[in-house]
Design a protein around this ligand. Structure first.
Ligand code: 5GP
Length: 161
């Protein structure tokens, strides 16, 4: 975390940055990350939902994502760091990148706590990655399984998923 924080501080030296967390999974990561950043920083949240179950056939083919909570402010001309818990298939971040770029920010970077490159369906890469992990289902540190486990102190593998 300290490493990503100082990297972001170097990259945006002297510039204000808006950290935009994707609800709800990124809340704990964002809280820790912004405290490691030595910048003029603000934060806000955006909400998304995906249709269908992640692993059924419909999801695989459509992978539809929609916005459930928009930001509370204009993004035009701002430096944005989009903060997401996991980069998995890439559907969510591909969608969000498109939506946010339409608001004409000055810059848009992506920070993820975890990256599962083996699961990627769309070619999206994060600018800042906490850890790269294998194809395992993880919970804790903000991440849930049916809304449970978000408050676990650390990221844990949920066996049997
Ligand atoms: P993508 O659109 O990249 O496939 O999915 C990203 C989202 O899927 C993440 O924000 C997260 O909500 C969910 N996700 C993907 N893998 C995991 C996992 O291992 N554990 C949990 N709790 N959520 C996951």
């Amino acid at each position: 975390m300290a490493e990503i924080g100082s990297q972001i501080s170097r990259d945006f030296y002297g510039e204000p940055v808006l950290f935009l967390g994707v609800l709800k999974g990124s809340a704990v990561f964002l809280a820790d990350l912004v405290r490691e950043v030595d910048l003029n920083a603000t934060f806000d949240f955006i909400g998304v939902a995906s249709y269908g179950k992640r692993d059924d056939a419909a999801w695989e083919s459509t992978g539809e994502v929609r916005l459930t909570k928009d930001v509370d402010q204009s993004l035009e001309g701002k430096n944005i760091v989009l903060v997401e818990d996991i980069l998995d298939t890439g559907l969510t971040l591909t969608y969000l990148r498109k939506v946010l770029l339409a608001h004409a920010p000055k810059s848009l970077k992506i920070a993820v706590l975890l990256d599962k490159p083996s699961r990627r369906k769309l070619p999206v890469a994060a600018d800042y990655v906490g850890f790269t992990i294998a194809d395992e289902f993880v919970v804790g540190y903000g991440l849930d399984y049916a809304e449970q486990y978000r408050n676990l102190r650390d990221v844990c593998v949920l066996e049997g998923h």
